[in-house]
Design a protein around this ligand. Structure first.
Ligand code: DAK
Length: 260
């Protein structure tokens, strides 16, 4: 699959997707959103991919938001379509069957932050700036920001960020639990790569089921979530990887998981 606004490469089971519109701070216009949706739909179904990394081209921005110039001429009907398209792109990332890690290399604003929040977790460069500044422009986060940020950091912190359009530093993002790790700019991709490599060594079906169970169970009452876990867990016993993992332990060797 080839794209106009994404650079993609897969090595040793790790796919790297770079949003590549550097002159516009990698802002998300309809074409970029379609490509993100299509790319993640394909990666989700690609058995050779075990982990996906998302980052932004250049040194300044991960993604500085939805494309403001493109929005300036939109009618309410266009905005509705743009909204749906954005959600389909974020959902394709969120629901990707593989873990998706955001390497946040700079400005991560508005729709860009919504993209990072759709990933499973993010590592951020020391120089990253994050925020949902949409109310500065007369809109509010509309690609999942109001929902995903509140679920991650709690309603109070999410409300403060969204209502005040506050831009936060990497340190503040780490302290709020938005970012899992702060990295030196030059180490960011290597640090993300290192955790991705660790994940590729694990049983792929188990990792994928863990992601699905976490996602589905998160909004359920605890008892229902635990039921879901019980039922999904049993599916691991249908896999060759479980046999391999148990045998490898008993034979005191490294497991060689095939993802089936
Ligand atoms: N869109 C389009 N172009 C952008 C952009 C953006 N979001 N951000 C930056 N650029 C462009 C600039 O216009 C400039 O282009 P030229 O003038 O060179 O042609 C180039 O990138 C470099 O930017 P600056 O010259 O401004 O660079 P600085 O280093 O001075 O500043 C900055 C960097 C990131 C602080 C600044 O560019 C900035 O404030 N950018 C806007 C950030 C922002 O407000 N982001 C939120 C956008 S609103 C929807 C759901 C969701 C959304 C929309 C609809 N529906 C449900 C319908 C989401 C909305 C948003 O994300």
């Amino acid at each position: 699959m080839s794209f106009n606004f994404l650079l993609t490469e897969t090595t040793d089971g790790i796919a790297k997707v770079t949003i590549n519109r550097e002159k516009a701070m990698n802002a998300l216009n309809p074409d970029v959103l379609k490509e993100i949706r299509d790319c993640f739909t394909a990666l989700s179904a690609d058995a050779s991919v075990r982990v996906v990394i998302v980052t932004g081209a250049g040194e300044k921005a991960f993604v500085a938001g939805a494309d403001i110039a493109a929005m300036s001429s939109m009618t309410p009907q266009d905005a509705l379509e743009f909204g749906k398209l954005g959600h389909s792109a974020m959902d394709a990332v969120d629901q990707c069957s593989k873990p998706v890690i955001a390497a946040v290399n700079g400005f991560c604003l508005g729709g860009g932050m919504e993209l990072a929040l759709s990933c499973d977790f993010m590592y951020v460069s020391e120089k990253a700036k994050l925020g949902l500044p949409e109310v500065n422009l007369g809109l509010f986060p509309g690609w999942g920001g109001t929902q995903r940020l509140a679920r991650l950091v709690g309603k109070g912190r999410a409300k403060e960020m969204i209502f005040s359009a506050k831009i936060i530093s990497a340190q503040e993002a780490f302290e709020a639990g938005i970012a899992n790790k702060i990295c030196k700019p030059e180490d960011l991709l290597n640090d993300v790569q290192a955790v991705a490599v660790e994940i590729t060594k694990k049983a792929p079906v188990a990792v994928s089921l863990a992601k699905k169970t976490l996602h589905q169970g998160f909004d359920m009452p605890l008892a229902q979530g635990l039921d879901l876990e019980k039922n999904t867990f049993a599916k691991c016993f249908e896999t060759q990887d479980l046999k391999e993992g148990l045998a490898a332990f008993l034979e005191k060797r490294a497991a060689n998981f095939k993802g089936n």
